[in-house]
Design a protein around this ligand. Structure first.
Ligand SMILES: [Fe+2]
Length: 412
């Protein structure tokens, strides 16, 4: 387990694009790419104990992994953290584990705001009728605040995660602590769970690490990678390792900053002129439209973002969410930093992330006035490029002006 990127081609089970194995009929509920076809990559992280299941999510070919973690309990049975879409392929892979290690006993929804995680829990739970479903407190949904049963959660076996860990039926295997920030119109909630026997910390959205090479799940169909490797609308990109890597690194910049500083948009007429010259004018290729130009220094931005794979807090959370309750976040991070762990499994980007409690705690130094790492936007001494935050800062200013967001609280 390292922070080095991996480049492994996995041979798909089948190349039939209409495979029912990957079909996900309820994609309209949260219409993210890859919509109705969702592949799954299973990895065994700790032999006979922890497995991750990666699928994809995103928009406009800006796609990143979304991850579920399956943990074998000391006694027979499994706990599932943040389920992904229960496609036929995914359920078959879970059942391979069930056959060896026992039924799914507990399913955890570890977030209240992450719709991309919430949407799969109800449908997933239906495949495991003996499982109890535990949800993070203060659940809400957007645009309508629907009761969980309307989102397909099994009413009779769904309950809120007990605030007292000892009251949870899996307390022998897990410790957990909940970050619960009231944002006025809803809450940002994340449940950090420590699997004690393997010293593994499970997190949802708060911590990320960016791999240098495209993750395996993104490589099953490299179209999105090659799309983003283009320099303009008529560029023809061959499928090779260099172009896949280039596409992935640009996708990471898009996904993290929305509009990174190394990206320029081109005018409509230029985009149309380029599109006319494009060899592929299909709908899949957005009719040859590609209204971007990457500046020559785009890779500097990526290198600062990746910083050898160190864990960090996503800029959108650093800017819009966590500064709403700095003391609460730091208390939560302090508590987690007292736990003994050596790796983090996060629900997006790289996994697992080798780390230490100290390094994890440093990721939140941006909330402190007088921290020796507080000058860094990321954590450790590898700052992100301030210019790359511009778009998110503008977004914050807009939301504050419209009364949708409130000013950040003072640092601690
Ligand atoms: Fe998420």
């Amino acid at each position: 387990m390292t922070r080095q990127g991996k480049f492994r081609f996995k041979s798909p089970i089948s190349n039939n694009e209409n495979s029912q194995d990957w079909s996900w009929s309820y994609w309209l509920a949260v219409p993210f790419y890859p919509y109705g076809k969702r592949r799954t990559v299973k990895s065994e992280v700790i032999k006979d104990t922890i497995w991750t299941f990666d699928q994809l999510h995103g928009i406009l070919y800006t796609i990143v992994p979304i991850r579920m973690t399956v943990v074998k309990l000391k006694e027979d049975g499994l706990l599932i953290y943040a389920p992904v879409a229960p496609t036929r392929e995914c359920i078959r892979m879970v059942n391979e584990i069930v056959k060896k290690y026992g039924d799914v006993k507990y399913i955890i929804l570890p977030t209240s705001s992450g719709l991309e995680h919430k949407v799969f829990v109800g449908p997933f739970a239906r495949y495991f009728p003996n499982a109890q479903v535990f949800v993070a407190p203060h659940q809400w949904s957007f645009p309508f605040n629907l009761p969980l049963s309307w989102l397909g959660f099994p009413q009779k076996r769904t309950q809120e995660l007990p605030s007292d860990v000892q009251k949870a039926p899996f307390a022998e295997d897990f410790n957990y602590t909940v970050l619960d920030i009231n944002l006025g119109r809803g809450s940002f909630v994340e449940v950090a769970m420590l699997h004690k026997p393997t010293r593994t910390l499970l997190l949802t959205d708060t911590i990320l690490s960016i791999p240098e090479e495209p993750p395996e799940i993104v490589q099953l169909d490299p179209y999105a990678l090659l799309f983003h490797a283009k320099e303009n609308g008529y560029d023809v990109v061959t499928d090779n390792k260099t172009n896949r890597r280039k596409g992935w690194q640009r996708i990471a910049l898009f996904a993290i900053y929305f509009r990174p500083s190394a990206l320029e948009t081109v005018g409509l007429w230029q985009a149309l002129r380029d599109a006319v010259k494009a060899v592929d004018k299909s709908k899949k290729a957005y009719f040859g439209l590609f209204p971007f130009r990457w500046k020559d220094n785009w890779q500097d931005s990526f290198n600062a973002l990746r910083a050898y794979g160190r864990p960090f807090v996503a800029p959108i959370l650093q800017t819009l969410i966590l500064p709403q309750a700095p003391q609460q976040v730091l208390d939560w991070a302090d508590k987690i930093a007292t736990w003994d762990f050596g790796r983090i499994i996060s629900c997006h980007f790289d996994s697992p992330i080798p780390t230490t409690p100290h390094e994890f705690r440093n990721c939140f130094a941006f909330l402190e006035k007088n921290s020796d790492v507080s000058k860094a936007f990321g954590c450790t001494n590898e700052p992100l490029i301030e210019d790359d935050f511009k778009f998110i800062k503008q977004l914050e200013a807009n939301l504050i002006r419209r009364g949708i967001a409130t000013l950040p609280k003072e640092k601690v």
